[in-house]
Write a protein that binds this ligand. Structure first.
Ligand code: ADP
Length: 165
């Protein structure tokens, strides 16, 4: 059984992420979308909120699981019996960092393969930070995030802007 892990911050999940989930789900028997809990990064959305949004997006895929992890990705992959890590690539700037991470992970566990999926050109410009930036300043993010999470993202931004968070 081919099990792949798609790790990331997903703060929040975007249409770019959803596109990778959609394509990845067709390539592997099981795809685990894994929210990285990074103690060095302060996310806008809590882990629970990010999980909830990803679950709403993954709901219609029978072979996609949503989970959270902290620590080394190779340790988590071993725990889940996964053989593959999926990463999305948007630009050369993504490549440099991801190339280094892939080599490090291979050094730590040579059996774990990293596979890169090229962004859909419709979403090549899209990142969670861009979504937050646009939403904070009142721009329309309707075409940037999945419809399942649109209201939740707007609610959070509204709360932050009004000082409730
Ligand atoms: P970001 O804040 O840049 O969206 P994440 O950590 O949430 O970062 O991204 C998780 C994974 O999804 C990474 O492998 C990243 O390259 C990929 N990804 C993010 N946005 C896109 C996109 N628009 N197209 C393709 N892959 C993407």
């Amino acid at each position: 059984m081919k099990i792949a892990i798609y790790p990331g911050s997903f703060d929040p999940v975007t249409n770019g992420h959803k596109d990778i989930i959609d394509r990845g789900s067709r390539l592997f028997d099981k795809l685990i979308v894994a929210v990285l809990e990074n103690p060095r990064k302060v996310p806008l959305f809590t882990t629970e909120e990010r999980l909830e949004m990803l679950k709403a997006v993954a709901h219609s895929y029978s072979n996609v699981d949503v989970d959270a992890f902290c620590g080394l990705l190779i340790t988590y992959a071993k725990l889940k019996n996964a053989q593959i890590i999926i990463k999305g690539l948007r630009a050369m700037s993504d490549f440099e960092f991801e190339f280094q991470m892939a080599l490090v992970n291979r050094k730590l566990d040579p059996r774990l393969e990293t596979m890169f999926m090229m962004t859909n050109n419709r979403y090549a410009f899209l990142s969670s930070s861009i979504v937050k930036e646009i939403a904070f300043y009142g721009g329309d993010i309707c075409e940037l995030v999945p419809s399942e999470v649109y209201n939740q993202v707007l609610r959070k931004i509204r709360d932050v802007n009004s000082g409730n968070v």
